[in-house]
Design a protein around this ligand. Structure first.
Ligand code: NAI
Length: 328
């Protein structure tokens, strides 16, 4: 029998946590033959609700779920972790400036990065979901000098999936016929969803659409502002789709991308495409043998270049701000 994989989830009592934990326990995160142990981290006020969710997990009698432990201490929660999903974060509240938001989250993701550094398993893989996800991931990574930097990633898979869905809607194509969509930059309203390299049943997607105005005025803002549209409609932020994307991100990271396709993830930049080295920015990535690799050598056209640059500039500004605040 296989040794169980330790999966630590922070913010376990939140809405994404509620949509995520059952899917992890059912085998969708890693594979239908991989037993898991859940390690849930909450703030003290969240522990009781996490215990309630754990009771429900018990009640599912998932064959692959070999244990659930609940903590309010990061060192304990990340002890032996093979996969860490950092979902819990400090949300932006009314009147909060970007600096306040970054500072509040630095107070969470710095110590969690250090706790990962000191306690996680050697093969730890980290996905940051909590916003601002890219910069939170950078803060955590900077506090984990003993962990290879490429183990820290930020989630743009929800944006990636949203882009596929919008493209399918526009063209009438099946979602499964769409490949090589890319999200560039920050998981924020400045992100750039790029279909110039995407394919629909093997044909170039931008040529199939042949409507630059739709791209500029409809597709890009619809994808980039989808989170706000969901809040408007649902009265609460995306939770099930965010959890689904987290499942997709880790599943792909561990099990690989399909031949001839790629996905999008916030990964540490190696300087490719003019993105400053060390930033955690979204790129087109393939996954193989448990590692993401940035797809190299794509032509960036005049439509894409300024859009990528604008989102990367926002990431640079966030990095400079957290540096100034002494958070990294
Ligand atoms: P939520 O507010 O329902 O849950 C957050 C949970 O985190 C709460 O239970 C809270 O007690 C817990 N928490 C706060 N600080 C913590 C800490 N230091 N350690 C452990 N737990 C802590 O929020 P929801 O809807 O589950 O969203 C979570 C995060 O995910 C938010 O930051 C949200 O903006 C982000 N998000 C990111 C997306 C992406 O595509 N990257 C998509 C959707 C949401």
């Amino acid at each position: 029998t296989r040794t169980p994989v330790n999966v630590t989830v922070t913010g376990a009592a939140g809405q994404i946590g509620y949509a995520l934990l059952f899917r992890i326990a059912s085998g969708q995160l890693l594979g239908a033959d991989v037993p898991v142990k859940l390690r849930l981290l909450e703030i003290p006020q969240g522990v009781k609700a996490a215990e309630g969710t754990a009771m429900e997990l018990d009640d599912c009698a998932f064959p692959l779920l070999q244990g659930i432990d609940i903590f309010d201490d990061a060192n304990q929660a990340f002890s032996g972790a093979n996969v860490a999903l950092l979902v819990g974060a400090r949300p932006r509240t009314a009147g909060m400036e970007r600096g306040d938001l970054l500072a509040a989250n630095g107070g969470i993701f710095g110590p969690q990065g250090k706790a990962i550094n000191d306690n996680a398993a050697d093969d730890i893989k980290v996905l940051v979901v909590g916003n601002p996800a890219n910069t939170n991931a950078l803060i955590a990574q900077q506090h984990a000098p003993d962990v290879p930097a490429d183990r820290f990633t930020a989630m743009t898979r929800l944006d990636h999936n949203r882009a596929i869905a919008q493209l399918a809607k526009k063209t009438g194509a099946a979602v499964s016929d769409i490949s090589k969509v890319t999200i560039w930059g920050n998981h924020s309203a400045t992100q750039y969803p790029d279909i110039f390299h995407a394919e629909i049943a093997g044909k170039n997607a931008a040529e199939a659409v042949a409507d630059e105005q739709w791209l500029a005025d409809d597709f890009i803002p619809t994808v980039a502002k989808r989170g706000a549209a969901i809040i408007d409609a649902r009265g609460a932020s995306s939770a099930a789709s965010a959890a689904n994307a987290a499942i997709d991100h880790v599943y792909t990271w561990v099990n690989g991308t399909a031949e001839g396709d790629w996905t999008s993830a916030g990964v540490v930049s190696d300087g490719s495409y003019g993105v400053p080295e060390g930033l955690i920015s979204s790129f087109p990535v393939t996954a193989k043998n448990g590692r993401f690799e940035i797809v190299q050598g794509l032509d960036i056209n005049a439509f894409s270049r300024p859009r990528i640059d604008a989102s990367v500039a926002e990431l640079v500004a966030e990095r400079d701000e957290v540096k100034k605040l002494g958070l990294i």
